[in-house]
Design a protein around this ligand. Structure first.
Ligand SMILES: [Zn+2]
Length: 346
């Protein structure tokens, strides 16, 4: 079979057909700063420098898509909606002060405009630069916040958890605004040429909430986002960190095309339960393997994933979550090598 471009490879898989080999898409963003020497915080204010690092990462390491992002989309949107941020020297920004301090504050929230609010225009400029540079050869993935997680950033995760029990009205009002903000941001990314929009909903993890809370407060809004993304002509992916084994059917039930699974989920179990409905993506351990493991161990673990669930298509080799900033690049290369060595379909 002829060797496909990364764009052709990923799109062939998404159309339910067999590409030339298993696509490999590690969740790499600010790890690429190692290649260009840009500071993590410095890049946050420069679309050119972020774009240069992301493009250099794909070119040098050879994976099959670029995640156009540098920090968590839920923090970026939380800032644009009025949260105060702290900017540590050596890591991405975190919320310092939540904008929602009481249920009444929800009425004061304004929907952020991706082209003018906070640092969202910097993100949009960066997407435009990367889109122009890849000339249709490399697919672009962008995160949008799961409304449940964005609500947690706006009000504080503790307040959100308490509200799931004591104040459903408040949480419903807050999540409704968070959903509108996420959707608007997702659609702006699609308009800028993003191919796959990843709804990232880490606070909706089975490590933090019950399947019942997930079904009530997280899944309906994820599903609505999936619908909006698909209707706008892009592909929907769903990323939830941690242990999500108890929610696999609910996650697949959102209608997402891709399901990104963390290392705590067994791929073989996931493929048995939901493998006919979604393309599975994952799930090498980001810390114990990609950050502190050896290239040999990464290659062996990647081979295991491919042999377990990647024999008949329907699978993208990836990390279980975001690759840490200081993960050795040799470990990312080992993932790409494994996909080429053990993931050939023809
Ligand atoms: Zn994650």
């Amino acid at each position: 079979m002829t060797i496909l471009s990364p764009y052709q490879r990923v799109m062939t898989l998404l159309q339910g057909k067999m590409p030339d080999r298993v696509p490999v898409i590690p969740q790499v963003t600010y790890t690429t700063a190692q290649l260009t020497g840009v500071g993590l915080v410095e890049a946050l204010h420069s679309p050119e420098k972020t774009a240069e690092a992301l493009l250099t990462g794909q070119r040098e390491l050879g994976y099959d898509a670029i995640y156009v992002g540098w920090e968590s989309s839920f923090n970026l949107l939380a800032e644009a909606m009025g949260c105060t941020m702290r900017f540590p020297e050596d890591s991405v920004p975190q919320v310092a002060e939540h904008v929602i301090k009481s249920p009444d504050d929800v009425d004061k929230l304004e929907l952020p405009d991706p082209h003018s609010s906070g640092r969202l225009p910097i993100h949009m400029d960066m997407v435009n630069i990367v889109k122009d540079a890849v000339e249709g050869e490399i697919p672009l993935f962008a995160y949008t916040p799961g409304p449940f997680t964005l609500a947690g950033q706006l009000a504080g995760v503790n307040s959100l958890m308490v509200a799931t029990i004591r104040n459903p009205q408040f949480i419903n009002n807050l999540i409704a605004v968070a959903y509108k903000a996420s959707k608007r941001y997702a659609l702006a990314n699609i308009q800028a040429g993003v191919d796959v929009v990843v709804t990232a909903d880490p606070t909706a993890s089975g490590s933090l909430i019950s399947p019942k809370t997930f079904e009530t407060y997280a899944a309906p809004h994820q599903q609505a986002l999936v619908d909006a993304i698909t209707q706008a002509g892009a592909i929907a992916s769903l990323h939830i960190c941690g242990k999500t084994t108890s929610m696999l059917e609910l996650m697949a039930g959102t209608g997402t095309s891709i399901l990104e699974l963390d290392h705590l989920v067994k791929l073989t179990e996931a493929t048995t339960r939901v493998g006919n409905d979604v393309i599975l993506m994952g799930n090498l351990n980001p810390t114990e393997l990609l950050l502190t493991g050896t290239p040999e161990a990464v290659e062996a673990a990647a081979r295991e994933c491919i042999e377990a669930v990647g024999q008949d298509g329907q699978y993208i080799l990836s990390s279980g979550c975001e690759v840490p900033p200081l993960a050795p690049l040799a470990n990312i290369r080992a993932m790409v090598t494994a996909a080429k060595k053990y993931g050939q379909y023809a």
